[in-house]
Design a protein around this ligand. Structure first.
Ligand SMILES: *Cc1c(COP(=O)(O)O)cnc(C)c1O
Length: 346
């Protein structure tokens, strides 16, 4: 039985990046790479983005940052924001990865490790602007900035950036978060610091709320063509990945395809529209290793079915599938298992 394939269209990825960059300029794009580039493949994403001169890479953890560094060589700036062990911080310093710092404890470990190595750690200090998911509290900000300045004077640290993350639950909350963020930037600047990278927004806020953008915007979903759940289509942005499976049997006029719940397809997606050589058909059932799709005239074993994609064969997008089960497109993409072969166009 042929394996299902996740096909990633590199030209579409490039044109999404182009559309995102045009939209957010002069804010610089930091392309977010977490979860193996949202299931598309980190190496592929970094190579394609590097080819377009993307300067900033958001790696989440040090391990992915190191992988990105292998592809990038000396080029590019890599930002890893997961609080990491001493060994990982050591690796990050060697690979010249910028570290996101959201606690005083992490700051002092990084400072000590940089001092031991005789290098300057490049850090982006995170202010908690209301999400309560890692980040320094406004009450401890001034004290922490003073520590950072001391670390800079001792040549163990370089404050490259200040950042936070938005809830994107309501405009009012995001506005309040920005006020706290700008207060934090002001305190840093009054201390004489000159962080070049100020970043607050991810895909949705970067696209829709220009007034919230900093000098850098951290964007994952929209670059991969994953729109927000319950959000509109975006001009110039289309899904990069399509998931195909093969018809392996025909039963009672319906097509049995070789992909199922064990491959990461939620069984609750029954009823969704998938693509076939004859256009949209209903996905009738998802079993463990196979699924059943409403038949079409002339169907044959070996035909392709598009489980999701850009709609070229009548299939839904990953986000449209996700909306059926109250989740986000990223989740459909990132839960696909290793049995699914990843292929990319040049
Ligand atoms: C995932 C993530 C992003 C990117 O979010 P998208 O909505 O996919 O653009 C940005 N910043 C942080 C901290 C994240 O965890």
């Amino acid at each position: 039985m042929s394996r299902p394939e996740l096909r990633v269209d590199t030209e579409r990825f490039r044109s999404n990046i182009r559309a995102v960059r045009d939209r957010i300029a002069p804010s610089a794009l930091m392309i977010v790479l977490k979860d193996d580039a949202y299931g598309h493949g980190l190496r592929w994403a970094v190579e394609a983005a590097r080819g377009m001169g993307v300067d900033w890479y958001g790696a989440y953890d040090v391990r992915s940052g190191v992988e990105a560094r292998r592809v990038l060589g000396d080029a590019g700036r890599i930002f890893a924001w997961a609080t990491s062990t001493d060994d990982e911080v050591d690796e990050a310093l060697r690979a010249r990865i910028d570290l996101g710092v959201g606690s005083a404890e992490y700051l002092s470990r990084i400072t000590a490790l940089a001092a031991r190595r005789g290098v300057r750690a490049r850090i982006h200090l995170k202010i908690d602007t209301g999400l309560h998911r890692n980040g320094l509290l406004p009450a401890e900000w001034e004290r922490t900035i003073a520590e950072v300045r001391a670390g800079e004077a001792a040549e163990h640290l370089e404050l490259v950036g200040i950042w936070s993350h938005l809830a994107e639950a309501s405009d009012d909350e995001d506005d309040e978060a920005q006020t706290l963020f700008l207060d934090a930037v002001r305190v840093a600047e009054q201390s004489g610091a000159t962080p070049e990278a100020l970043h607050l927004t991810a895909s949705a806020a970067s696209w829709w709320r220009p007034e919230l953008r900093g000098s850098v915007s951290r964007i994952g979903a929209f670059c991969y063509g994953v729109r927000s759940a319950d959000g509109p289509d975006l001009a110039g942005v289309a899904p990069v990945a399509e998931l195909t499976a093969t018809v392996v049997d025909i039963v009672d006029g319906d097509a049995v395809v070789g992909i199922g719940a064990f491959d990461g397809i939620p069984s609750t997606l029954a009823g969704a529209r998938v693509g076939t050589p004859a256009g949209a058909r209903e996905l009738l059932r998802i079993d463990a290793a196979t699924s059943v799709v409403e038949g079409w005239p002339g169907m044959r074993i070996g035909d392709s079915v598009w489980m999701f994609g850009a709609g070229d064969h009548g299939e839904s997008s990953a986000t449209t599938l996700a909306e059926r089960i109250d989740t986000v497109g990223e989740e459909i993409l990132t839960r696909l298992t290793a049995r699914i072969r990843r292929v990319s166009t040049p």
